[in-house]
Design a protein around this ligand. Structure first.
Ligand code: ADP
Length: 596
């Protein structure tokens, strides 16, 4: 027997992460170039600011020429207006690009989640997945992109121009200033690694926490029913505190980086002012040059400080991207064959040939199941709980692939059929049907977008739902709430049934589809179902034997095997699991042994 081992997630290197992220910018290269142009204008204007002061100090003041100072400062104001306008234009482009990059990351993660099979979704709760990919991770990527565009690009340009002006003012002082500034690079490198490490730990804790939180919020009814509120709050607090401590670690590392950067800034200022004063005192440099140089030094160290903060955000963004790419790299276990074809005029014959399956390694749930269900037959799967009935349906719907053996539709391996076409042959009504938080009308349209109002009304009528839908406020435009929570269990089930009727499926899978109905509705829905059963293959997962009297055939599943196969009457007559179960049912509801 072949068992599929879950793959360990690949460890992504930073180089690979960047290599994969850069092409995302490809479609926006023209906007990027244009924004770079605006940013360059901003940088040029900004970096020329101290040169105006230098002119006033070195030329206008010594010549006692106020008119000259006035003209220079009017030029300064004009240049600043140009600077602000180009900054605004550049930012508009850059922010749009940032949103588009985050959009494409989030959108591909969501598409991948839809693509991934249930094995993946069983591993993680929705809250965990949301936080890991669409929440925390993409937020840190977004933060980095804003900072990158706002700071790195602008400051990079300003720095380049400032270096140019500084060299023109004093090559010696420039050499000293830049040699000392190298210390920023080392500090940023050290802290970036630390920040990446603590952010990764924080993200993982946050993902786990989000998963737990969604679970608790979903289970609020059970929590109240068992008066577990106090314990749940204590649990919540005991998980929240470590998460906040991890967030503190991230902030502490960022703070340390800022602390070191600021210290370095003061140190460099002191050195520049001392050296400059010496040169001015001994007539090696005019005062205006020192004033301009001190301004440049302030600008440059300020920017280097900001850039080291960006380095910290970069560490967080890499941690976020790592998490996003891990999900994107997850390989679906149920995949469509490259030569997949649409089923040709499907009849609905279902064949299981020596099928083995397990959710977890070494714990077989289906063990060598073989069965042939002719087209149009209605088959009930019965047996003790945990026998493999739902798993049979999961395998049939190709929500999982067997570990070995073959499942066929009309004699063709279902793995050779196109997944969408194959699944669209099915209509499924689950024991706890899920409705989207939309109107009843939208829920019906979701499965058949081209359905006419007439068809939808007919489906609701046949599912015994029209009467209650009509009495809802807004009729079928009534919004059903999250998962259908604004409707009763029976109403939800009838809407789900109408949804199934509307698609007119070739094969129907009913997982105890009438369990949430009251006796009167159950009888009515059962009639509707029986009418539908005439034309198609139907698999009924029956947790209660009362619903299987009218099916053509009953398969009794126990420990992942078919242990009995026959009609209701046949199975009632032969000793075995079915008769035992039936006797139990009768003892609970009717005088013992009445039927068999
Ligand atoms: P039935 O529908 O007959 O009650 P199931 O097919 O739901 O039985 O379950 C068969 C066995 O598989 C049970 O032992 C159950 O615990 C196990 N099982 C079902 N779903 C999963 C899952 N997602 N992961 C691991 N084990 C599962």
């Amino acid at each position: 027997m072949r068992l599929r081992k879950p793959k360990a997630p690949k460890i992504l290197k930073k180089k690979h992460i960047l290599k994969r992220t850069l092409p995302l910018f490809g479609p926006y290269r023209w906007q990027l170039l244009l924004s770079m142009l605006f940013v360059s204008i901003t940088g040029l204007c900004y970096s020329s600011m101290p040169m105006f002061t230098k002119h006033v100090v070195d030329v206008s003041i010594p010549n006692r020429d106020f008119g000259d100072a006035l003209i220079v400062m009017i030029g300064f104001v004009g240049l600043m207006i140009v600077r602000m306008a180009s900054w605004y234009a550049g930012q508009c482009f850059l922010l749009m690009i940032r949103e588009q990059i985050i959009f494409s990351l989030r959108s591909s993660v969501f598409a991948q989640m839809q693509e991934l099979c249930l094995r993946f979704h069983n591993r993680y709760s929705p809250g965990y997945l949301y936080d890991r990919t669409l929440g925390g991770a993409s937020t840190s990527v977004g933060m980095f992109l804003s900072m990158f565009f706002n700071n790195i690009v602008t400051y990079g340009v300003v720095l380049s121009f400032s270096v140019f002006f500084c060299i023109a003012l004093s090559p010696v002082m420039t050499a000293i200033l830049f040699t000392m500034s190298l210390s920023y690079v080392f500090a940023a490198k050290h802290f970036r690694k630390q920040i990446h490490k603590v952010t990764k730990a924080f993200n993982l804790e946050s993902n786990e926490f989000a998963g737990m939180l969604t679970d608790l919020l979903r289970g609020v009814k059970t929590i109240k029913a068992f008066a577990m509120e106090q314990r749940v709050v204590e649990d919540f607090n005991s998980r929240l505190w470590p998460l906040q401590m991890k967030s503190l670690d991230v902030n502490k590392e960022t703070m340390r980086l800022n602390f070191v950067s600021e210290g370095l800034g003061y140190f460099i200022s002191t050195a520049v002012i001392l050296l400059g004063s010496y040169m001015v005192i001994y007539h090696k440099m005019p005062l205006g040059t020192l004033v301009a140089f001190v301004s440049y030094q302030g600008m440059i160290t300020g920017m280097l400080m900001q850039l080291s903060t960006v380095a910290g955000t970069y560490g967080s963004a890499i941690a976020g991207l790592e998490q996003i790419y891990e999900v994107l790299d997850e390989e679906p276990t149920v995949v469509e064959s490259p030569n997949a074809v649409a089923p040709e005029s499907p009849k609905g014959r279902i064949t299981f040939e020596h099928v083995y399956f397990s959710y977890e390694e070494d714990k077989p749930v289906v063990s060598g199941m073989s069965v042939d269900i002719p087209p149009g037959q209605s088959v009930a799967l019965v047996g003790p709980s945990g026998g493999g009935k739902s798993t049979f349906a999961n395998l049939l719907l190709r929500l999982y692939d067997p570990d070995s053996g073959v499942i066929k539709l009309d004699g063709k391996d279902i793995c050779e059929l196109s997944l969408t076409d194959y699944r669209s042959l099915f209509g499924v009504v689950l024991q706890e049907p899920f409705l989207f938080n939309e109107t009843i009308y939208d829920n019906l349209q979701a499965v058949k977008p081209d359905a006419t109002d007439e068809e939808m009304r007919d489906a609701l009528t046949r599912a015994q739902a029209w009467e209650f839908v009509e009495n809802l406020s807004g009729g079928w435009h009534f919004k059903v709430g999250e998962g259908g929570s604004q409707l009763s269990g029976g109403q939800r089930q009838r809407i789900a049934l109408a949804r199934c009727i509307l698609t007119d499926p070739k094969i129907m899978v009913l997982d105890e589809a009438t369990s949430a109905l009251d006796n009167q509705s159950e009888a009515l829905v059962q009639t509707a179902l029986e009418e539908m059963m005439h034309k198609r293959t139907v698999i009924v997962i029956a947790h209660r034997l009362s619903t299987v009297r009218n099916v053509d055939r009953i398969l009794v599943l126990q420990k992942g095997r078919i242990v009995q196969d026959g009609t209701f009457d046949q199975l009632c007559r032969e000793p075995g699991v079915f008769r035992d179960l039936h006797m139990l049912t009768l003892r609970g509801t009717e005088p013992a042994g009445e039927e068999c």
